[in-house]
Design a protein around this ligand. Sequence first.
Ligand SMILES: Cc1ncc(COP(=O)(O)O)c(C=O)c1O
Length: 380
Amino acid sequence: MSEGEIIYLDHAAATPLVPEAAAAMADAYRDAPGNPSAMGRWGRAAARVLRQARERLAHVVGVHPDRLLFTSGGTESIGLAVLGSLQGRAGGHVITSALEHPAVLGSVRMLEQRGFEVTRVPPERTGVVDPSRFAAAARSDTVLACLMHVNNELGTIQPLEAALAGVKERAPRCLTVVDAVQSLTRLALEPDRWSADLVALSGHKIGGPRGVGALITAKRRPEKLFGGGDQEWGVRPGTQNVPGVVGFAAAADHGEQTRPQRAARASEVADAFLKELAERVPGAQVNGAAEARMPWILNVSVAGLPSEALVRGMEEHGVCVSAGAACHARSQKPSHVLESIGVASHLGTVRVSFGASNTPDHARRAVEALALTLQRYALP
Ligand SMILES: Cc1ncc(COP(=O)(O)O)c(C=O)c1O
């Protein structure tokens, strides 16, 4: 389905490839078909393209290229950070928040099964974790603390600097991991200011290809999770996805350069949505505190219809949104994020997430689709 046939408002699930990334990838497929670890001329050409992509992305995120590891996406980056940093350790204490992505919660659960003790700090009703509460969870045996930058369901921005610096004060040897998958190219990435040792990134949320990601590491890299060659310093063995990382770096570069204009547009689109929502669906509740939200993601609950029916009804009216995070949209389980901030379970919820191509008119038509869906199907 092309974007033209439907108003696509599910950019927090995946963004269309930006032309800059598509062009760079086409060049890489054509000019660098070899294996970057091979010795011959083709191998050297692929290695050069890979190095340039690493340098380009490193420049965008403001770190030395040696600190960037390429992976297959945000989930793998997080798994490598969380599990790879504690390889060989029998136990210890880990802190995370209750509104993390399943990539974090799942990896942390694996640590728990291996004997680690885990504290999951609940967020406030605002959808934001209280930084002093997070930091207060740290103990002398805390080995890892993991907090996301922007929540993928609510769009709320977490207070990384205060939370992670507070943890480091109490547990100076604790490693800190940040999931910045939703914030890359939307907010400034400042690993050093945040006291973040490892930062996970993904390509397909920023106009890059799916199935590519990166991990910013600190001085000490995590240990590999499986065996293989010595690619990515031996930490992430396996032939790199050269066209993929080229597209990722190009999308990140383009996204960073256009950040101010895109942020202004996102605010305009979100404002149009909220204004129309207040008029057409006055009973709707927007989850997550307004002052803590990025404009790119809005999470809206209404009474009268379950989430799945809302999503289907809106799609019938030509608007694509999601019932929550894409990765558990099909499970029909209540969202752990909404539960953690106390959203009533009888409400139906849609996540509306904007991209660079959206306009205030798209936002108004999305509200119209929601209002028509409710009028047509909802019980009084
Ligand atoms: C906040 C957050 N973290 C991690 C991920 C996982 O990234 P990927 O889909 O690249 O594995 C996602 C994707 O939905 C996300 O939104």
